[in-house]
Design a protein. Structure first.
Length: 138
């Protein structure tokens, strides 16, 4: 699934994602793939990606795959992040569901540079909320 056709992240309108410049690339084989081209507005005082924007990218990667798996909106209950190396240039994120129950989903995500260096990883717990969304065509 290519998300470049509209102003959503895999069918969900997430204003903060658009403010940050997060782009949805594809949802395939149960994984979400996102992209963020870093600019000066994403930096910290050291000139590398601010931890907050990396956490945002990880949260959106996990939250979108949780939403697509659950078929309805989700909220983040818990998130653990590990920063492994500086983020520079273009960052790519991938999210996946580790286990999906009826009331919560456990997810993992990672952020890498375009060159493949691992920048950060995260695990999170997500709770479905609200009405079920219509199934997406496969």
């Amino acid at each position: 699934m290519d998300d470049g056709q509209d102003d959503t992240i895999f069918g969900a309108h997430i204003p903060f994602a658009r403010l940050c410049g997060v782009e949805a690339l594809r949802y395939a084989e149960g994984r979400t793939h996102l992209r963020l081209a870093l600019g000066p507005q994403h930096g910290n005082n050291l000139g590398i990606a601010h931890g907050g924007v990396i956490c945002t990218l990880l949260d959106i990667a996990m939250g979108t795959v949780a939403r697509l798996t659950a078929g309805r909106p989700v909220v983040t209950l818990d998130m653990q992040t590990r920063f492994l190396s500086p983020g520079r240039g273009v960052l790519l994120a991938e999210g996946r569901v580790v286990r999906a129950g009826q009331s919560i989903l456990f997810c993992d995500a990672e952020v890498r540079t375009e060159e493949g260096s691992l920048v950060a990883t995260a695990s999170g717990v997500f709770k479905p909320t609200g009405m079920r969304e219509p199934a997406e065509p496969r």
